[in-house]
Design a binder for this molecule. Structure first.
Ligand code: ATP
Length: 215
């Protein structure tokens, strides 16, 4: 069975760093599809000026021409905190116990993984694929000890990701684009160009709706 990829994030706004991460993972892991799941109210940040609906709409615009990318707005539709582990439980229920699911993330997110709600339950529900930049420190020295032990124990190859429904961690070197949502928000607030950092329809949406005019 081809694995289904899951890419969660604030997407405030979605940018080419996210899209390139997804495209690389789709190809390298030969995924069936990737579900983009924008977070509802991000617990780690003071409430963003941009609504979950706007963030979902920008994701929808960014991926509309990609046959294997889908918007999954379930977290955005809920009020209050929403944890990845709960979303994965829902998805596991929908896809059944045998379908390989693969949670995709960048190295910055993975280095904080041990702080996530019920993080140790997550590998029981899905594999984890981490996109790191070649040359980026990704070793015992850069990880919390308990995370490193977890990572070493579960590290696997692509075959396992395709054969088992969950449980593996795979790291993949991908060319990381030096783009962040923070950078986009700052540029918009400074009235600087965001062209070629986000898809044109996303840039148009931001300007038409006067988003991120102050950050
Ligand atoms: P912010 O600047 O607001 O913190 P962000 O750009 O890091 O946001 P998120 O929505 O928090 O975006 O990220 C969602 C996922 O995408 C995370 O797993 C993160 O590691 C990954 N990601 C974000 N930017 C990049 C990038 N340029 N290259 C590869 N992965 C990325």
């Amino acid at each position: 069975m081809k694995p289904v990829g899951i890419l969660g994030g604030t997407f405030d706004p979605v940018h080419y760093g996210h899209l390139r991460l997804a495209e690389e993972m789709l190809e390298l892991l030969r995924l069936e599809e990737i579900r983009f799941i924008p977070a509802g109210n991000p617990p780690h940040r003071n409430s963003p000026g941009v609504s979950a609906m706007d963030r979902c709409e920008m994701v929808r615009l960014a991926i509309s021409d990609h046959p294997a990318f889908l918007l999954d707005a379930r977290e955005a539709a809920k009020n209050g905190k929403c944890y990845t582990v709960d979303t994965l439980r829902e998805l596991r229920g929908e896809f059944g116990k045998d379908q390989p699911l693969c949670l995709l993330m960048g190295i910055d997110a993975f280095l904080q993984f041990h702080t996530w709600h019920e993080w140790e339950a997550i590998p029981e529900l899905a594999h984890i694929a981490v996109g790191y930049r070649p040359g980026y420190a990704f070793d015992a020295g850069s990880m919390e000890q308990k995370l490193y032990e977890h990572y070493r124990k579960r590290l696997c190859g692509i075959d396992r990701i395709r054969e088992k429904p969950s449980g593996g961690i795979i790291d993949l070197a991908i060319p990381r684009l030096e783009i962040s949502a923070t950078m986009i928000r700052e540029r918009v607030a400074e009235k600087r160009s965001i062209r070629y950092l986000v898809p044109d329809p996303v840039a148009n949406y931001i300007h038409q709706h006067n988003l991120y005019t102050s950050c």
